[in-house]
Write a protein that binds this ligand. Sequence first.
Ligand code: GAP
Length: 513
Amino acid sequence: MSQKPEDFFKNIISHCKEYGYIFPSSEIYDGLSAVYDYGQYGAELKKNLREYWWKSMVQMHGNIVGIDSAIFMHPTIWKASGHVDAFNDPLIDNKDSKKRYRADVLIEEHVAKIEDKINKEVEKAAKRFENFDETMFRSTNARVKEYQDKIDAINLRFKTALNDNNLDEVKQIIVDCEIVDPISGSRNWTDVRQFNLMFSTSMGALSEEGNTIYLRPETAQGIFVNYLNVQKTGRMKIPFGIAQTGKAFRNEIVARQFIFRMREFEQMEMQYFVKPGTEMQWYEYWKTARLKWHNSLGLGTDNYRYHDHIKLAHYANAACDIEFKFPFGFKELEGIHSRTDFDLKQHEQFSGKKLQYFDPEENKSYVPYVVETSVGLDRLFLSVLSAGFKEEALEGGDTRTVLSLPPALAPIKCAVFPLVKKDGLPELAEKIVAELKFDHNVIMDEKDTVGKRYRRQDAIGTPYCITVDHQSLEDQTVTIRDRDTMKQDRVKISDLAKILDEKVSWKSLLKQL
Ligand code: GAP
């Protein structure tokens, strides 16, 4: 059933709360802005996504190992990495609405609106294709060119302003583009200021300046500072990778769009250490490999696109995002960055320790270059939910809400229903659950009619439901129903373990990589 994108997104958010996926943090105290808790099903789905990423990175690559570094790190690490001085967002306030915005986001959204105009022109032309004459062609072309020129001019000015750290020019672009505050509708803007995104706290009993430590804004630095430990103890040969998943914290200026932009979130990052000069080849390799990984989830190839960065971060010589078509448009899901030898060199300089690699083939030592893949687990979660959430019209005027999650990732793999709560059916159902639960997350559900139980499991995203009926007592068979097709097959109870293994195994996903 089609619905407006904003309604669709609202429905996903309320579905998450109603079915135990995601709750606002500290809800009984009216919540905490941009912080969320994962409920009983959300925690399972998140764990499965993390596990799929870990298996495909670590288990499937002989030259990638995983670590788990601490959130608290020596404060000098953040000085060395550049985060203390440069991990800033340019912010701007509207004096009338008193709302705060990221100046770069205001400009990017303005450019996206012009891009929309181009798309509309092209769509209009395609619709009138049959009787499209020379004059129409010329005027469409002229309008598209005019819009494209505008976009190019803004992007160029913006890129130059950011590279020069010229905040007055960033404000001037906002003024010249006549960007208005979406709330007050006014153009009454303050100057643009830089705002550091790191949270700080103090360690130990004394809250003196020297005790200030930061909550890590990325997990990557925990990998860099352990590079030599892992390389030596694991006898790793270049190229090799170190992977890690864990919490990261950013004091986002504009934290909104549910779990898309949070102040506490989880990253899954991998740093790939390579020989200097080969980094672009590995950058291209990981760009392709990571898109393939996302496609293996089966959410639709049209839902992804690459976006090359206009402004490179202080550590990168090439960078792009894999964007996903969220309900609010295409947005960053994962970043692929060629980080050069910036981080390791900085840590060498600030720590006074050598962080080099002796290359036996070259017979020399060097600081490796690094290609990084960095995906937000919460954004990945949102991508899976928004592609899988459907409200379907059924025959007979009924409707159902279904979460079509990839079966291997679903929180509950299978629900077992005794048709009625008597005649020995619950006992047989329990026996089936007891058998299957060693390998899979399987539950028993005996409340309400079977129809209602199917709806409940559809909404949770359970891919298979097994019904135990009176025939089961006679011939030891049950029905197994597929969530997406709603088709039911009768199968032998003794075959259930094998059938389920095949349908929900990680292998089906991993084999596509
Ligand atoms: N180590 C590189 C790095 O941190 P990034 O592009 O700033 O790069 C990587 O972040 C990924 O982390 C993003 O692609 C996004 O998926 C996720 N992410 C970043 N900020 C986030 C936030 N505030 N809330 C949720 N996810 C976030």
